[in-house]
Design a protein around this ligand. Structure first.
Ligand code: FAD
Ligand code: SF4
Ligand code: SF4
Length: 432
């Protein structure tokens, strides 16, 4: 019998592909209707978060004595870590990638788009170079708490990364560049023209869900890295179900390797360099409470993060006496956007004319800034929950605003998605 664990992020891959339509959203995750299920096992193969398994299957785990391995570079995490692995291997290094999950890709597989400020494509198409302004903007957004040089590196290097990605012929087919006209600030981005991934089904893992990957730009980049390893016969060994646990150091304190755990036991890897690419901490309530004062409540909150996103690099560094600085951290609390909720409804709730009340029925913030400003303080409200209240007339008006927005109309896919949402709006709105 196949069952879905609580680690499900609700991406709907399985639900879209189940031949019996046996999978549906219940509460905060998908569940299988056992009366409809024919136990074909397709959903188990598809699930990117390894949340589905045959609970009757007998798994035999063979225990082994400690295994010792050697390489030049060990990369912990197979999301963006795959890029580090490829680049090190292209420089002639022997690389081992450790991946805690059964599946590679982490949250990178869920990333829709890539947000460089300025690239060769911008230059070629005569789009304005706004990198200096972007550094200023991001520095201000960080409350001037993150070093300007660090932000500068991120802004300049992310463009250089895209230029590097352009060496792969598929990049030119998969991505496109779209002018933003007078706009510069778009969501998390700051640019004169946006690199877009127009065909979200390009590198799809059978997912036909328009709202969330895997299958989009993040998957594209990951798969390009796998392809490069194969085609260039790079010396990269990928070990799934291997969780990095401890950094190993010599007497001088220099890191000389990693100790990992697989289901059978310990694996010791000595290496000249260790790359920590274990992702964020979206699935660690303990860390989110400690560093952000979030999720200290009984209300279950939907997470899109993969289950292995538990901030393991922090644990490993703390063992060496390195403490993270919460002042310089940022938690992106962003919902209810995308599946299982309507992006359109989210946008309407975000609108300044939408009233927002807490569970005591009290207005709890100045709504004129929109819900996006309130998301930073919602943790102080009862059970960290707030409702948006709006009339059907307001919905119609706001929906029209979006549909009439030429910037959105240019984004064909977003427009189509929202159009579908808008067609369905009365039922979704009344469900709020
Ligand atoms: C739904 C969603 C949509 C997003 N959309 C976008 C977008 O459109 N554009 C954008 O720029 N960003 C987006 N992001 C953010 C982006 O995906 C992440 O910032 C980025 O993928 C992080 O990359 P990473 O390599 O640090 O972590 P990940 O990609 O999460 O990779 C970390 C890997 O490390 C593994 N791991 C964890 N612990 C260990 C351990 N101890 N040992 C070994 N392996 C370990 C994990 O299993 C995982 O595979 C989105 C995120 C989500 C969840
Ligand atoms: S994470 Fe996605 S594929 Fe896996 S069980 Fe949940 S909805 Fe299905
Ligand atoms: S095992 Fe097959 S029939 Fe059953 S829920 Fe999964 S995909 Fe559907």
């Amino acid at each position: 019998m196949y069952k879905i664990a609580d680690t499900c992020v609700g991406c709907h891959n399985c639900a879209m592909e189940c031949p019996m339509q046996a999978i549906g959203y219940v509460g905060l995750k998908n569940e299988i209707d056992q009366d409809k299920c024919i136990e074909c096992g397709l959903c188990e193969k598809l699930c990117h978060t390894a949340s589905i398994r045959d609970v009757d299957a007998v798994t035999v785990i063979e225990k082994h004595p400690p295994i010792n391995m050697e390489c030049d570079v060990v990369v912990c995490g197979s999301g963006t870590g795959m890029i580090a692995a490829v680049r090190a291997a292209q420089a002639g290094k022997k690389v081992i990638v450790l991946e805690k999950s059964k599946k590679t890709g982490g949250n990178t597989d869920y990333a829709h788009m890539f947000f460089p400020v300025y690239t060769e494509w911008h230059k070629k198409n005569n789009f304005e170079d706004v990198r200096i302004d972007a550094v200023e903007e991001f520095w201000n957004r960080s409350g001037k708490k993150i070093e300007r040089e660090l932000i500068e590196t991120a802004v300049y290097k992310s463009g250089e990364f895209f230029d590097w990605l352009l060496q792969f012929p598929d990049t030119k087919k998969a991505f496109d560049i779209v002018s933003l006209g007078e706009m510069r600030n778009v969501g998390p981005m700051y640019t004169s023209a946006m690199i877009v991934f127009p065909d979200r089904m390009y590198d799809n893992l059978l997912c036909r869900d328009p709202a969330i990957g895997p299958g989009w730009a993040g998957t594209f980049i990951k798969n390009q890295m796998f392809k490069t390893i194969r085609e260039q016969k790079l010396d990269v060994e990928i070990l799934t179900e291997h969780a990095a646990k401890h950094l190993v150091t010599d007497e001088s304190g220099t890191v000389t390797g990693v100790t990992a755990e697989n289901p059978g036991g310990t694996v010791n890897i000595s290496a000249k360099a260790v790359v920590l690419a274990t992702g964020g901490m979206g699935r660690s309530d303990e860390k989110l409470q400690k560093y952000f004062n979030f999720f200290d409540c009984e209300t279950p909150i939907h997470r899109f993060s993969v289950p292995t996103d538990t901030g393991d690099a922090i644990d490993m560094l703390q063992e060496l006496g390195v403490e993270p600085d919460p002042e310089r951290m940022f938690a992106s609390i962003f919902g209810p956007a995308h599946h299982p909720f309507s992006y359109c409804v989210f946008r309407i709730m975000e609108h300044p004319t939408c009233l927002s009340v807490n569970l005591n029925g009290e207005r709890w913030q100045d709504e004129t800034g929109g819900l996006m400003t309130g998301r930073k303080t919602i943790q102080n409200e009862p059970k960290e929950v707030a409702y948006g209240i709006f009339s059907q007339a307001a919905v119609d008006r706001i929906a029209k605003e979006y549909l009439d927005d030429p910037a959105l109309a240019k984004e064909k896919f977003v427009y189509e998605c929202w159009q579908e949402d808008l067609d369905d709006l009365p039922s979704q709105a009344s469900g709020l």
